[in-house]
Design a binder for this molecule. Structure first.
Ligand code: C2E
Ligand code: C2E
Ligand code: C2E
Length: 88
């Protein structure tokens, strides 16, 4: 059958990301807006992003991809489980 384990997908909470007042995540926010534009995905509260794109962003921040994940987690802009996110 179909397995439904929590994904390791990188899912951004767009409301939180775009509300983030500090400049720290400005590049992530800009990147997310560009991806929304490319996909025509404007109505979502969350956005799943490519692992490749996370790697590229990590280079911009001069940290490791896992380091960037940590930073996003600390800023509270990552959604651990999008299905739980919508259930709450
Ligand atoms: P593309 O890379 O040639 O992908 C064409 C279509 O294949 C996408 O249309 C999407 O429907 C599907 N697709 C490709 N990769 C994935 C994937 O990992 N997961 C899923 N669910 N679908 C996938 P879409 O979404 O309209 O995107 C159009 C074009 O916009 C893409 O063409 C790509 O050039 C760019 N794009 C969209 N999202 C991203 C992104 O997150 N990162 C990057 N680097 N480019 C993106
Ligand atoms: P999931 O990946 O756990 O996503 C749960 C819900 O989060 C999605 O419900 C959608 O409302 C939201 N979500 C996640 N990523 C994005 C995003 O990049 N943009 C937007 N606008 N919303 C997002 P939804 O659409 O009913 O999908 C339910 C489940 O169906 C998803 O769970 C996933 O397992 C599967 N699914 C939906 N679309 C795709 C897809 O393009 N590719 C793959 N592989 N699975 C998909
Ligand atoms: P997903 O749709 O569940 O896809 C999971 C992984 O399957 C992707 O991880 C990628 O490695 C592979 N994959 C799925 N569809 C394609 C495809 O058309 N072409 C290629 N080359 N690989 C594919 P990845 O790249 O880390 O993406 C993570 C999630 O980001 C995707 O989960 C999807 O929710 C979203 N995403 C990525 N690229 C696109 C895109 O172009 N359009 C849309 N709408 N969503 C995308």
């Amino acid at each position: 059958g179909v397995r439904h384990e929590p994904t390791n997908k990188i899912v951004l909470d767009l409301e939180r990301l775009y509300d983030e007042v500090s400049d720290e995540l400005a590049y992530v926010a800009r990147y997310a807006r560009a991806i929304q534009q490319q996909r025509g995905d404007y109505n979502g509260r969350v956005l799943s992003i490519r692992a490749d794109d996370l790697r590229a962003l990590a280079i911009v921040y001069d940290i490791s991809p896992s380091g960037l994940i940590e930073r996003l987690t600390e800023a509270g802009v990552l959604v651990a489980d999008p299905r739980a996110f919508f259930a709450s």
